[in-house]
Design a protein around this ligand. Structure first.
Ligand code: FAD
Ligand code: SF4
Length: 389
């Protein structure tokens, strides 16, 4: 806290807190930055499938009262995505004439020109969806990655002095897009194991937590849904057909488990036929990234080290721009990454990082094809502020 842009101690500098607890629980949500380091340091991912992700983009609207049907839930798959991309929408009529609408896209998409933000905007132009929002007012915007790896991607949950809980560990029922209940259940079981451990010899590694968790409904629920997401690797229609079989014929107990693949190495090389011509925002139903970030209430202290770090400054231009036409400018739903003219080198581009716009979705850390972008935590209290999302 309180470091200046150059990393020096500023007037408000406070050193970080040292934790000396017997057990520290990590609940950072999907793709937690400390959790990533812990998984690497303690080899928690050895012998399991890679974690995979989706990006969810969500808006909150106030719609005309006569169109509001409290309790209505609508889920769709596919459109406007092509059938090789996993994704779909959710639309929930809440109270007070409010509607939450969101679109989730699997981050294993292959087209470097795909823009999840623009797909979400396009979704709202569907003739069955657009009328819901006509005459309404968009009041909030946000984006966040979610785990899609499921059961076969759950890492080892414990290490000396700590444990992973919630989405940090990847507890997410992907077909249902539900992870709050599993996050809470994992925290309850972990807390229970800790209380018991304190009554005994409090071992450094809390093995009782995963042992307890494996005997709960959470483990069974994630096991039963484990093949649904990877069955979409062969496209939408085969995925739907397999999911119906797996659910209704096998009841989630098929004697096989499909594998997952990593997201960042799926992009094809940029080529003209892959380009997507997204319609311009109309400012009524569809919007641009900057006006969206504005209503996410995102704020970062400007005089602090950039929390979006590059392992190698040259890679964005020399590799990502050359091979994939700079996909970070499209997969970021907040317009953080921009390739601009490099004033110092005529005719060349440089990557500009507008870190103050970052809505902390973690997509860049996941989807960067060269894994060169590392998302780190900014100064405390920085980021989006979602009061009603
Ligand atoms: C678009 C979308 C729609 C969803 N819809 C549903 C739904 O309808 N129902 C449902 O059950 N689930 C839904 N989910 C999933 C659900 O949001 C997650 O499974 C759930 O929030 C996980 O809870 P968590 O506490 O583990 O993590 P989170 O809710 O992500 O909380 C983690 C918190 O830790 C903070 N944090 C992260 N790193 C650090 C750090 N290093 N230091 C300090 N703080 C840190 C974050 O800012 C965050 O506040 C949805 C997810 C998305 C993206
Ligand atoms: S910079 Fe990364 S984490 Fe921040 S909004 Fe963009 S993609 Fe998400």
């Amino acid at each position: 806290m309180g470091r200046t842009q150059s990393g020096e101690e500023g007037p408000n500098f406070e050193p970080g807190v040292e934790l000396h607890a017997t057990y520290t629980l990590f609940a950072e949500g999907c793709r937690g930055s400390l959790s990533q380091q812990l998984m690497e340091k303690f080899n928690l991912r050895d012998g399991i499938q890679p974690q995979t992700y989706g990006i969810g983009i969500k808006e909150l609207w106030e719609i005309e009262p006569e169109k509001h049907k409290p309790g209505t839930v609508v889920h769709t798959v596919g459109w406007p995505l092509t059938s090789d991309v996993y994704g779909g929408s959710f639309l929930y009529h809440l109270g007070d004439n409010q509607v939450a609408v969101g679109f989730i896209i699997g981050l294993d998409y292959t087209n470097p020109y795909l823009s999840p933000f623009d797909e979400m905007q396009r979704f709202k132009t569907h003739p069955k969806i657009r009328p819901i929002f006509e005459g309404g007012r968009r009041i909030a915007y946000g984006a966040r990655a979610l785990n899609e790896g499921g059961f076969q991607s759950i890492p080892k949950l414990v290490f000396p002095g700590g444990a992973l809980i919630g989405a940090s560990a990847g507890f997410m029922n992907v077909p249902r897009i539900k992870g709050s209940h599993t996050a809470m259940k994992s925290a309850i079981e972990c807390a229970d194991a800790i209380v018991k451990a304190f009554g005994e010899d409090a071992p450094a590694v809390l093995d009782a937590y995963p042992a307890q968790l494996k005997n709960t409904w959470l483990w069974k629920e994630l096991y039963k849904s484990r093949n649904i997401r990877p069955s979409f690797h062969k496209g939408l229609w085969l995925g739907i057909a397999y999911s119906a079989l797996d659910t209704y014929l096998f009841g989630g107990r098929a004697p096989w488990t499909f594998k997952n693949h990593t997201d960042h190495d799926q992009l094809k090389r940029a080529q003209k036929p892959l380009m997507i011509d997204y319609p311009k925002p109309d400012g009524e139903i569809t919007f641009d990234k900057l006006s969206s970030v504005f209503i996410s209430n995102t704020n970062h202290e400007e005089d602090q080290p950039c929390h979006l770090t590059l392992k190698d400054d040259q890679v964005p231009v020399n590799t990502n721009l050359v091979l994939y036409d700079g996909p970070e400018a499209r997969f970021c739903p907040a317009g953080v990454y921009e390739f601009v003219d490099d004033e110092a080198h005529e005719g060349q581009k440089r990557l500009q990082i507008n870190a103050q716009n970052c809505v902390h979705c973690k997509t860049c850390d996941i989807k960067d094809p060269t894994q060169n972008i590392v998302w780190t935590t900014p100064e405390g209290s920085g980021g989006p502020n979602y009061p009603n999302m």
